[in-house]
Design a protein. Structure first.
Lengths: 505, 35
């Protein structure tokens, strides 16, 4: 439960966020400023923004929970997820940033529309899929925020949602990407500092990593193996080699091409930042997430030795980080900081998702499809209204979160992979990829992800992640339809620097 | 043994992380800053 120090620290945290939003609002003169922060993001703001966009609400609680329940075979998550930031920058960022500047793109849909010469059909399909996936993801983020606030303050669920929703919406609506990126830097700093401060004492309180591993090996010898044997022999032992391959593709590529992640590359100030951003983003993110994972191992060890007991809940393992910090740091001041770092992890993804929903609707659907004559001021207003409506709608859904919330969030990432990965990669690197191929691959990926996701959850479990089947079908649709349809014009291909290279002469 | 882990686990996980770091470092070294 919260005490005065926690209230004050969280209050201060919220005040800083609102302050950044207010400062950012003064910098916005047009839609480009709002959507892309005037293409002004510096190295650290961009690098931390990419990390924060990926590092979602379940990063702290879910990662330690996965460590608690599955041991070392789940460690690959801490390599694949940080790699998503690097993959996004290398595979998409360098080229999209260059072309985006030359051609004045505001969203990835601008790129897809020009590259595939499909200003309405592909743009519309892409924007609507992106909005739906982001909204599903948003419900999960809001549910995670409210879990933290309810647990901290003992306030009703709806109050927690309302407080967090109003604050995030306020600074996102007024400050656009300026606010989202600079609050991201602030929140990312808190997250990194907080985890570096808190994880080592939890690990030390369990006797250090060597002792923890010895205890884990006593629980199940496979807990200290790099993967579980195939086929899975227990519900927690699903990280088999074949599953890890699909899991790796899902996390590394799926998160990299998620609309709220990949759009960030268009806002970078200078191309030279892409030189070291992949390594720095991976390094920071991997260190933080490995430490969080080790706290999950530490808490499992403490529980097995009878020192700690997890709450009696269905998702008890997700309390591992909380219980571990409570055990290792009874000091109240640390508690308050802990509350803020969990909120920082959750809120920094939520705001980016909301902005993405708002801008995709205002720019891609409203301006480019419904009302091409709309003025810049009108588009800006529609963006803000769309953010408020999107936030309101997802908040309402989060008040009564569907029972299948976790499934929906995984569905969201799976759909992002199956829908966006092939059109983006083929568009950037294969001159034979056509508009028809892109639409077929996006539509096939969307439908196949829904079908295989449903099948895995409700009919029969699949040996690899369901999104892999959808990705393969999406790629097949791209290749077959592209080979059967006429190529896009050389001008479109040259203007979008299409070809088998990352950096051209 | 490697921090209480079997040697092969330490080698595989540590090797994977080292490989990623090497690849990303090579990317940085080979990146052309000129437009």
């Amino acid at each position: 439960m919260a005490d005065l120090a926690t209230f004050i620290l969280i209050g201060l945290y919220f005040v800083v966020l609102i302050g950044i939003g207010s400062w950012a609002s003064k910098k916005i003169k047009n839609t480009e400023d709002y959507i892309l922060a005037g293409r002004s993001l510096g190295f650290w703001v961009f690098t931390i923004l990419i990390v924060c966009s990926i590092c979602s609400g379940m990063s702290l609680l879910g990662v330690s929970g996965f460590g608690y329940s599955s041991g070392w075979p789940g460690i690959w998550e801490q390599i694949f997820v940080p790699l998503a930031a690097s993959f996004c920058i290398i595979a998409f960022g360098v080229k999209l940033h260059t072309v985006g500047r030359e051609r004045g793109y505001l969203t990835i849909e601008d790129y897809l529309a020009e590259r595939f010469e499909s200003p309405r059909a592909l743009r519309g399909l892409s924007a609507i899929s992106g909005i739906v996936v982001s909204l599903i993801y948003l419900v999960g983020q809001y549910a995670a925020i409210s879990i933290v606030l309810v647990w901290l303050f003992g306030i009703p669920h709806w109050q927690a949602l309302l407080i967090s929703g109003v604050i995030i919406t306020a600074y996102t609506v007024v400050g656009g990407l300026y606010a989202v990126s600079w609050t991201g830097l602030f929140q990312g700093g808190i997250l990194i500092f907080g985890v570096l401060l808190m994880a080592p004492p939890v690990i030390a309180s369990a006797g250090g990593l060597a002792h923890i591993n010895t205890v884990l090996a006593g629980v199940d010898p496979n807990f200290v193996e790099p993967w579980f044997p195939s086929p899975a022999y227990a519900p927690y032992a699903y990280a088999t080699p074949e599953f890890l391959v699909s899991f790796g593709i899902l996390l590394m590529v799926g998160l990299a091409c998620a609309p709220h992640v990949v759009n960030n590359v268009l806002a970078v100030k200078e191309k030279r930042y892409f030189k070291w951003a992949p390594l720095i983003a991976f390094g920071i993110y991997a260190v933080v997430m490995l430490l969080v994972k080790f706290t999950g191992f530490a808490v499992r060890s403490l529980v097995e030795e009878g020192t700690l007991v997890l709450p009696n809940a269905v998702n008890a393992q997700d309390y591992a980080f909380i219980v571990g910090v409570e055990h290792a740091m009874p000091n109240v001041a640390f508690w308050a900081l802990f509350a803020v770092i969990v909120l920082a992890a959750v809120m920094s993804t939520t705001d980016r998702l909301m902005l993405t929903v708002g801008t995709m609707f205002a720019w891609d659907v409203y301006k480019n499809i419904l009302r091409p004559s709309a003025s810049d001021k009108e588009v800006l207003l529609v963006s803000k209204v769309a953010i408020v409506l999107g936030a309101g709608g997802t908040l309402l859904l989060a008040i009564n979160p569907p029972e299948m919330l976790a499934w929906l969030i995984w569905m969201g990432i799976g759909v992002m992979l199956a829908t966006f990965a092939v059109p983006l990669l083929a568009g950037l690197y294969w001159r034979g990829a056509t508009g028809g191929g892109a639409i077929a691959s996006m539509a096939t990926g969307l439908v196949a992800a829904a079908v295989f996701g449903y099948w895995h959850q409700f009919v029969a479990p699949l040996p690899v992640h369901f999104s892999l089947y959808a990705l393969v079908l999406s790629a097949l649709a791209m290749v077959v339809v592209s080979l059967l349809s006429a190529r896009n014009s050389p001008a479109a291909l040259d203007n979008t620097r299409t070809g088998w290279f990352i950096q051209s002469e | 043994m490697f921090f209480g882990l079997p040697f092969h686990t330490g080698l595989i996980v540590g090797g994977a992380i080292a490989l990623v770091v090497v690849v990303l470092t090579l990317w940085g070294l080979r990146f052309r800053e000129a437009p």
